[in-house]
Design a binder for this molecule. Structure first.
Ligand SMILES: O=P(O)(O)OC[C@H]1O[C@H](O[C@H]2O[C@H](CO)[C@@H](O)[C@H](O)[C@H]2O)[C@H](O)[C@@H](O)[C@@H]1O
Ligand SMILES: [Mg+2]
Length: 896
């Protein structure tokens, strides 16, 4: 018998990089610039308690938290009272220029803060986790709330089914650029923290681009990224209204797992991916018998599923049953003696349903006069960050009017049936309300997960405790929580009569009925510990099973790196497919003509003597001459998938199939004609060599069915003629096998850059590297373009052997094989772009027509959100110096 040596080494913890929109602290800077004030923030209680759990209780994980500091405000002393008060933010003369030392100082203060939190809360017998694990994201620009605009003013409303009127493009564009930078700042920070093997966990809709950014940044197939979406995900009919819908989906599908609060949100997300990204999805059940999807996109698979968030039930119960709260409960009870108490606590925004709640309560008092004077509704509405927005002001008015009208109709001098508090209340008051309530009323018209519902049920689970009874919960069917709390009294908040009836029914339940209901509900409350562990363990499991999977996602093209490489290269070669790459696919091939924007960009690219641009297409010479060569003679052209070539700045075409027997065309044409007769809407495109049968305009099912049949029929005799039958985009094409786009690419790369082509001469692989291109951008959408990508990969492998020391500063040879469009097809390309529009944006970036922040890439930003070493960054540095001088002069009274 063999004995194994006991392993006494400390168990290595799995590192988690947890990315949240904002660190769980409010940060204020005192007058001295080193005087930091840090206090806990309110809101996001469930997520923050998950962070806390990972920080303080678990020994299995080593957590690192990456998050924005939030708006850093200054405090100043009141001259009369000497008390510190908060200065209004965004003062023009106070742009928060912090030195490196100050930034380091705050980071240490934050670490210490977490450490002291930990010491205060942890069981001291547990081994302490590492504490230098808070990694603030700095974005100190004036008007710091700019980083929230796109998420809060565009994404949030759409995700809650609110469509804003389309705003002027300029404003939306600026918000979007800030959103991109916000995500890029996270990618940069994670770059400083990440170690191979770490799990990255990203939370919520401020960071939708981050998964793809990380995939680009690390270019590491084994990186594990999980994303949890806390908000609702709307139906595709709403989601597709977002102008940046594709960029958003593209950003998100960089994750290995995307998880939602419930099944309907995950179903909506999958349908958006199918409709907008052309993804395919396989549905199955997970171990908890809920729906999960394997979404195939950009050559890889993403797991999409749901896992409702929970609350820290142990902590809530500990906090809710203290002597102090007992006495608060007692005084509320005394204030409303002999009355039933209904409570509500919501943020006052348009989706929490406060108006619907008040209307239902009004209906209830009208329908059931016996309850008048017997019931009070204590409604606490907390103000939102957008308190001054016209929508919120309108909502406030509406709520006030309703409260007044109910109180004047059903109240008297001694009693008002609605007690409305428009304020944030402290936790102890909130817990007292939960305890004292005879009924909790939640009428949100849309939310991801309503944690008040979970907290209420948790508190009510201690029925036998002092002044707390297992009382019922009325819950909106539009709240994410209704999928979890299945035994709540579920209502449609838009139906005031039905809600009124439910209130009556709930208030009339006897003790036994209530306790039965409550014990069922209590079993349904997920705990935050469970949620955290389940999410992380299934991500770990997925990562280990993914190891053997072949299907790895192709990352998005890292455009800032492309731009840098472009700028430094001297011999640049562009290899562009046409349909589906430079121009979107349309129903009629004749209508797919270049846009004015494409011409402008191609012109600018051609004007640079370092550039050679080739269009390598399946189209025939006539089409390419008419729409491209005729207008831009500097373009090199290759027609019919490599059958013909026209060199740059040249008129003449060379036929590479001259010596090929074309007798097959008759036979192929006959078969295609037979299928055209049988398939209404289909037609044959006859080119000089290739023949294409199109079925885009047929009834889709019939077209696809006949295309399959046609392909089989053609394949039965193509070997005799050495032909290739290709499955294109709603077409079947036939051409000689020996020509393909890859052969053209081979000829163009193994060539002295800038010298005329001799098409009849063979390809020489003996050229010195510094005569061949040092930058090759190859773009294509279809499976025939894979030949080009494959060829580039082959050449790269060959160069690695031949010229190991001649790589560029990025460690490669400047080859960018990029697939366009996100169809789930497998690809050998190294990167992807979403569609022809993004192709134009990318090319526009190279010729200086488009901002770097149009779509995301990996950019290094300074602590203010400027691109490092850019003009604006240097300007900001100078301004900071001047500011520091001005400030110190104002202290000493000196003149500057
Ligand atoms: O190699 P490409 O430049 O991408 O050309 C491939 C084929 O594109 C054209 O057909 C495709 O685009 C049409 C216009 O959008 C669309 O209507 C059709 O359904 C697609 O299959 C072209 O007509 C073919 O000759 C090209 O071979
Ligand atoms: Mg194409």
């Amino acid at each position: 018998m063999t004995t194994t040596a006991q392993d006494n080494s400390p168990k290595k913890r799995q590192r988690i990089i947890n990315c949240v929109t904002q660190l769980p602290y409010k940060i204020q800077l005192g007058e001295s610039n080193d005087d930091w004030k840090i206090s806990a923030t309110t809101g996001n209680s469930a997520l923050y308690s998950s962070l806390e759990y990972l920080q303080f209780d678990s020994t299995e994980y080593e957590q690192h938290v990456v998050g924005w500091t939030g708006e850093i405000t200054r405090t100043e002393r009141n001259l009369f009272t000497r008390e510190a008060k908060e200065k209004p933010q965004d003062l023009d003369d106070d742009p928060l220029y912090l030195t490196k030392e100050q930034i380091n100082g705050l980071t240490t203060t934050l670490q210490d803060h977490m450490k002291s939190d930990k010491e205060a809360k942890t069981d001291t017998t547990q081994t302490a986790p590492v504490t230098n694990n808070v990694h603030p994201v700095w974005l100190l620009r004036k008007n710091q709330s700019r980083w929230r605009n796109y998420a809060e003013k565009v994404i949030w409303p759409t995700f809650h089914y609110i469509l804003n009127p389309s705003n002027e493009g300029e404003q939306e564009k600026n918000w979007w650029y800030d959103y991109v930078k916000f995500n890029e700042a996270y990618a940069q920070k994670i770059g400083e923290v990440y170690r191979k093997g770490d799990i990255i966990w990203i939370h919520d809709y401020y960071l939708l681009l981050l998964p793809q950014l990380l995939r680009m940044k690390f270019n590491d197939e084994s990186i594990i990224i999980g994303y949890f979406h806390h908000a609702p995900w709307p139906s595709n009919e709403y989601f597709r209204c977002l102008p940046r819908r594709k960029q958003i989906l593209d950003g998100l599908v960089g994750a290995n797992r995307i998880c939602f609060q419930n099944e309907s949100f995950s179903r909506h997300f999958v349908s958006s991916c199918k409709r907008l990204l052309d993804a395919t999805a396989k549905k199955s059940k997970n171990s908890s018998n809920s729906d999960q999807y394997q979404v195939s996109v950009y050559g890889g698979d993403v797991l999409v599923d749901s896992l409702p968030i929970g609350v820290n039930t142990t902590q809530i119960l500990k906090d809710a049953f203290t002597k102090d709260i007992d006495s608060k409960v007692l005084s509320i009870k005394q204030a409303y003696q002999n009355k039933k108490i209904i409570i509500g606590r919501d943020r006052l925004d348009s989706v929490r349903g406060v108006v619907q709640k008040l209307r239902a309560f009004e209906t209830f008092l009208a329908m059931y006069p016996e309850w008048r004077d017997q019931v009070v509704l204590i409604q606490v509405s907390s103000p939102t960050a957008n308190r001054n927005s016209p929508q919120t002001i309108r909502l406030e008015q509406q709520v006030n009017e309703l409260v007044n009208s109910i109180n004047s109709e059903y109240g008297n001098l001694n009693f008002s049936p609605v007690q409305h508090y428009y304020m944030r209340i402290p936790k102890d008051v909130y817990l007292s309300l939960l305890r004292v309530a005879d009924l909790c009323l939640i009428t949100s018209v849309r939310d991801g997960m309503n944690t008040t519902a979970l907290e209420y049920v948790t508190v009510k689970s201690h029925m036998s405790n002092f002044l707390c009874y297992g009382n019922p919960l009325i819950l909106s069917e539009f709240s994410g929580s209704s999928n979890v709390l299945k035994d709540a009294i579920v209502v449609n908040p838009w139906d005031s009569v039905a809600v009124a009836k439910s209130i009556n029914m709930a208030l009339k339940l006897d003790k036994e009925e209530k306790s039965n209901l409550e014990s069922k509900l209590w079993k349904e409350v997920p705990t935050i510990q469970d949620w955290t562990n389940k999410f992380l363990s299934s991500l770990k499991e997925q990562a280990s099973s993914d190891d053997d999977m072949e299907r790895k996602m192709t990352p998005a093209l890292n455009r800032p790196v492309l731009l840098e490489n472009y700028k430094q290269a001297k011999r640049r070669l562009f290899l562009f497919d046409y349909d589906g790459t430079l121009t979107p696919i349309v129903k009629d091939p004749a209508a797919a003509i270049p846009s004015a924007r494409l011409y402008t960009i191609l012109q600018k690219l051609c004007a640079d003597p370092h550039n050679q641009i080739w269009i390598i297409s399946g189209r025939d010479q006539k089409f390419l001459n008419k729409w491209l060569g005729g207008k831009l003679p500097q373009l090199g052209l290759s027609a019919e998938h490599g059958c013909f070539m026209k060199d740059v700045s040249c008129q003449d075409w060379v036929n590479l199939t001259e010596k090929v027997d074309m007798s097959w065309q008759v036979r192929v044409n006959e078969v295609m004609e037979e299928f055209t007769t049988r398939t209404p809407g289909s037609f044959i495109e006859r080119k000089k060599v290739a023949l294409t049968w199109h079925y885009r305009r047929t009834v889709p099912e019939l077209g696809e069915f006949h295309a399959k049949e046609l392909k089989e029929k053609l394949l039965s005799f193509t070997d005799d003629f050495d032909l290739e039958v290709m499955d294109g985009k709603a077409n079947i094409e036939v051409r000689p096998r020996f020509v393909n786009k890859g052969e053209i690419v081979k000829r163009l790369v193994w060539h002295q850059h800038g010298k005329p082509q001799d098409m009849l001469k063979g390809i020489s692989e003996k050229l010195p590297k510094d005569e061949m291109p040092d930058f090759v951008l190859c773009l294509g959408d279809d499976f025939t373009d894979e030949d080009m990508f494959r060829q580039l990969n082959t050449i790269e492998t060959c160069w690695k052997e031949k010229y190991p020391d001649q790589k560029n500063q990025w460690g490669n040879y400047g080859f960018y094989p990029v697939t366009v469009g996100s169809a789930s097809k497998k690809t050998v390309a190294k990167a992807h772009l979403t569609d022809p529009q993004q192709v134009l944006e990318t090319l526009g970036l190279l010729v200086g027509d488009v901002s770097l922040f149009q779509s995301a890439g990996t950019v290094d930003l300074d602590s203010r959100g400027h691109v490092k070493n850019s003009e604006s960054s240097l300007k900001s540095k100078l301004a900071s110096k001047a500011y520091v001088m001005k400030r110190s002069a104002s202290y000493t009274g000196a003149k500057v």
